[in-house]
Design a binder for this molecule. Structure first.
Ligand code: URA
Length: 218
């Protein structure tokens, strides 16, 4: 798997990440969602450098302009529910993309054990397309694997990108071993640890709850 971690560069994305993590600032749900959306736009911009481009001629009122434009047929797939603001950010950048939505949640079999359940899927065909999967928190990596499995019958994408805001080192190591080396991961920060509940430490807490409020647990 090819990894681009924006944390390795000094960019404005670090300021958005700092606000997402800050225990006081993150209480402002609108700012929290907006920061995830802004990171989606920045990661989308980085990802756009890896697309396939073809030069086209554009007619302006005064003449012709040659411009290299992306050729990829993009499908953005969000993992509900925390993926929604990230999806919006990516769609702001790739505004001609098709869209796909999938639900994945942690079904707890004990306080610390859980399995990932995928239930809802609405998607166009993925055959030959550039698939971008959006999930803000890459904790164990198991959600990505389950989602990739659930999407398999929907067609074989030309390439697969994973876009995430914060990941854990163990989750990324797991994906490095589990997915093809052609898959690309675009991420804004990586933390070293997962706690016994599968939460990223220091992380930011529960991204879904911070975006949309508490939910009943299953
Ligand atoms: N999902 C979250 O929202 N936060 C984590 O730390 C892990 C998974």
């Amino acid at each position: 798997m090819h990894l681009v971690n924006l944390q390795e560069q000094h960019t404005i994305v670090n300021a958005f990440i700092a606000q997402l993590r800050d225990v006081n600032i993150q209480k402002d749900g609108m700012r929290f969602r907006k920061n995830i959306e802004r990171i989606g736009e920045m990661l989308g911009f980085e990802l756009s450098k890896s697309l396939v481009y073809k030069t086209k001629s554009i007619a302006t009122p005064l003449g012709k302009s040659s411009v290299a434009l992306p050729e990829d047929h993009i499908v953005i797939c969000s993992i509900l529910r925390a993926g929604l603001p990230l999806h919006t950010g990516l769609l702001n950048v790739f505004d001609g993309a098709e869209n796909s939505f999938i639900s994945a949640f942690r079904h707890h079999t004990s306080e610390t054990e859980f399995e990932i359940k995928v239930e809802y899927l609405a998607t166009p065909s993925l055959e030959g397309k550039t698939l971008i999967i959006a999930d803000p928190m890459l904790a164990t990596g198991r959600t990505f694997m389950n989602v990739l499995e659930a999407l398999k019958p929907m067609g074989r994408p030309k390439c697969i990108h994973l876009v995430s805001v914060i990941g854990s080192k163990p989750g990324i190591d797991f994906l490095q071993k589990s997915v093809s080396k052609d898959v690309r991961l675009w991420i804004a920060a990586v933390d070293n640890t997962l706690n016994e509940y599968g939460y990223i430490v220091p992380g930011l807490g529960d991204a879904g709850d911070l975006c949309f409020g508490n939910k009943l647990s299953h």
